[in-house]
Design a protein around this ligand. Structure first.
Ligand SMILES: *Cc1c(COP(=O)(O)O)cnc(C)c1O
Length: 714
């Protein structure tokens, strides 16, 4: 018989796969083993284990009584990895031998792996996790950014400062991906100015392998070694070179790994060069004509567009395209003009830049937006690509985004779910019936659970504020004040997202006196936590951030409006699990979907949002609160003014009265009823299991040659 594995060995195996990150029991175990080391290392269990010998870990686990919990997790993980009875096994059989290749420029999987910037990355991470849980044959393709995305802190004037840390692959669940010959894979992409090389890492996300390209190897010039150093950190030339590595390099990496995908899914246009490389192999290796190769490749490609904001679509000039894609075009037999034409709405227009979104649309048979409203906007926005079709016939459907429930649901809330939902609810989150049991939760247990999560968030906020204050050399007096920051009994509103100007983080600050009055109201006070990063090159975003920070310094608002630095997955988790209300006030219709509000609803808080993105199809009058009526105005100033008025009115007339209306047991019964409706009516629709099932049914299976199914467009 094989010798029993030590606890250290089991945990080393477990932490080589990010599956651990969505297991509450393992998270708790790591925290228990060494809280300071755990928190100080961005919750990185590999870094934690490196500090422990097998003996020391054994002893510590015995003291803490962790053996059964860890052994249980280990056994479950082994079962999970080989399970045959998954949703995907029965519903995605056609994909079985040739996986879907999911390309994305960012992946937000865990705070210890900073290769994401915002919603797009979190979505990609949640997509992989749900694909794993559902047993969908899928591989991810992305870039390993050696310095990741930046960490944020504010200087004494509230101006954003950025810092970068070099990530160490030895401390992450990364190992070199091996090719058919058993050797680490290195691929290259030829440009007019020389070849660029990349090695390939493999990161396991449950059952899903994620392959990450990394140009930091000696084959490259010093400049190219830094090509994948930072996410969204370079100029336009770095941008196209990164996208060449992601698309062309990513497709080559799959081939070198012996993976022949049945479907290419481009998550946003960054990876739109990938189909060109597939077309090349179809011509050179399978002997197809160019026309046949492009037709067959496009039939197996799916494209998800993510933004109605024009600047969010990458465009490159003819020189950059020729330098980087010219050699591939030569092999395809494409002239420079013909190549440029693939990225132009009007191929004859020589003044038009090369747009990655246009390329992606032209090379995909299936295309979708990420919410119903975004579908309408996208069909209008790209109508000129299909000039012979009416707007309703434009072939862009929608699959609304969702979030990975085990990643975002608080462990305490999960206990409640376990009690009132069917036994295997977490493997069936995409089914409406599964959620109806939530009505059985009693008002008292729901409220108590929420209240304890809120207290946790307030404690976390105070500790963070103290760290922030000490770093900026705050006085002792200022630091002492932090202990009174935020009142657990007062309505707590959270607002955290990137400081993209259309998100209007400063909308609530428009009329200082009105805000001050609401914050200091003796009967029904309101308080706010803000967080979010501005892109380093976006001065406008930084100025908005500074205005928010200045508000937090006003004596009338002090301790009731706070800003937490360095918004990341960890901070997001605390916020979405502990606030009472999540505020979202983008300028409609610029928020394609938004997902943070979906994390909030799972945890028993209510959304207060402009009817944009997912909320436009989610809100039914009884499951949260709406800002505005869904009308838009061509003039932004008028629009902002209206939305601000509606925000204040809704707060004063609906949100605050309902929150503060208590029964004899101090329970806000009408509020709790709304929370229950929110979980029951929205939980099943806005999670990533439902989303991935939709992608399988409407995109993957048809693209792999199975039965055709229309992506819903209405
Ligand atoms: C969920 C999440 C986002 C996306 O939020 P939006 O609602 O789309 O703005 C961005 N950043 C982090 C860290 C998140 O967890």
């Amino acid at each position: 018989m094989a010798e029993a594995k030590s606890l250290h060995q089991k945990l080393t195996e477990l932490t080589s796969n990010l599956w651990w990150s969505w297991q509450a029991g393992l998270n708790e175990s790591f925290r228990a083993i060494n809280q300071p080391l755990w928190s100080g290392n961005a919750h990185n269990p590999i870094a934690l284990l490196q500090e422990y010998s097998p003996e020391k870990l054994e002893q510590q686990a015995r003291v803490l009584g962790l053996h059964s919990r860890i052994n249980y997790a280990y056994r479950r993980w082994q079962e999970y990895m080989v399970a045959q009875d998954t949703w995907g096994a029965t519903r995605a059989g056609i994909l079985n031998h040739r996986p879907v290749a999911y390309f994305s420029a960012e992946f937000g999987l865990h705070e210890s792996m900073p290769i994401y910037s915002g919603g797009l990355g979190i979505l990609a991470g949640d997509h992989l996790k749900s694909a794993s849980d559902l047993g969908i044959p899928l591989v991810g393709v992305g870039l390993l950014y050696g310095e990741g995305y930046f960490s944020q802190h504010l200087d004494a004037n509230g101006w954003q400062q950025e810092s970068y840390k070099t990530i160490n692959p030895d401390k992450l669940p990364l190992r070199p991906a091996l090719g058919k010959d058993g050797q680490p894979v290195v691929i290259s992409v030829q440009t007019r100015s020389g070849s660029i090389f990349a090695r390939v890492w493999r990161c396991d996300v449950g059952r899903i392998p994620l392959y990450l390209l990394d140009t930091n190897i000696p084959n490259n010039t010093d400049e190219d070694r830094r090509l994948t150093a930072r996410l969204y950190g370079g100029d336009i030339r770095i941008r196209i070179r990164q996208e060449v590595m992601l698309g062309i390099g990513g497709a080559r990496a799959l081939s070198a790994l012996g993976i022949q995908p049945s479907v290419i899914h481009m998550n946003e246009g960054h990876s739109a060069f990938a189909p060109l490389e597939i077309i090349r192999t179809r011509i050179q290796e399978d002997g197809l004509s160019f026309d046949a190769a492009i037709r067959e490749t496009a039939a197996s490609c799916c494209f998800t567009t993510h933004t109605p904001v024009d600047a969010g679509h990458d465009r490159f000039d003819a020189g950059l395209v020729e330098e980087h894609v010219g050699p591939l075009a030569d092999q395809l037999g494409l002239s420079h003009d013909a190549l440029m034409g693939l990225g132009r709405v009007n191929p004859q227009n020589h003044h038009e830049a090369f747009c990655m979104t246009v390329l992606a649309f032209k090379l995909s048979r299936k295309a979708n937006a990420v919410s119903s409203l975004h579908g309408v906007v996208s069909r209008r926005m790209w109508a000129s690509l299909w000039p012979w079709q009416s707007e309703e016939e434009i072939p862009i459907g929608h699959i609304t985004n969702g979030v990975h429930v085990p990643t975002w649901l608080a462990p305490q809330m999960r206990v409640l779910y376990d009690r009132v939902l069917p036994v295997n609810w977490h493997t069936r989150t995409g089914e409406p019936d599964v959620w109806s049991g939530f009505e059985q939760a009693t008002a008292g247990e729901l409220w108590e659970t929420h209240q304890s999560l809120k207290n946790q968030l307030i404690g976390f906020t105070r500790r963070r504020l103290e760290t922030q204050a000490r770093r900026n050399d705050a006085s002792d007096e200022k630091i002492a004040e932090i202990a009174n920051t935020l009142d657990p009994r007062a309505l707590l509103i959270g607002f955290a997202r990137r400081f993209a100007p259309y998100k209007r983080t400063d909308l609530i600050l428009r009329e200082f006196d009105i805000l001050a009055e609401m914050v200091s109201d003796a009967q029904r006070p309101v308080q706010f936590i803000f967080a979010g990063k501005s892109h380093p090159a976006d001065g406008n975003g930084k100025a908005i951030l500074q205005r928010v920070w200045q508000a937090t310094q006003q004596s009338k608002l002090k301790g009731r409006i706070v800003f937490l630095e360095d918004y990341d997955i960890n901070l997001a988790r605390h916020l979405v699990q502990g606030v009472d209300v999540w505020l979202n006030n983008p300028r409609r219709p610029h928020e394609a979907s938004g997902t943070s509000g979906q994390k909030v609803l799972l945890n028993g808080a209510l959304n207060l949002s402009v009817l944009d993105g997912w909320w436009a199809e989610a809100y039914d009058g009884t499951n949260g609160f709406a800002i505005g009526t869904g009308r838009t105005h061509v003039n932004d100033t008028v629009q902002d003014d209206r939305d601000w008025k509606s925000l204040i009115d809704t707060l004063r007339n609906e949100v605050l009265p309902m929150y503060y209306e208590r029964d004899a047991d101090d329970l806000p019964q009408r509020w709790i009823k709304r929370v229950k409706r929110s979980v029951r009516t929205l939980g099943w629709r806005f999670n990533s299991d439902r989303m991935v099932m939709d992608y399988v049914n409407h995109c993957y299976v048809p693209a792999a040659g199975g039965l055709s199914s229309q992506i819903p467009s209405m």
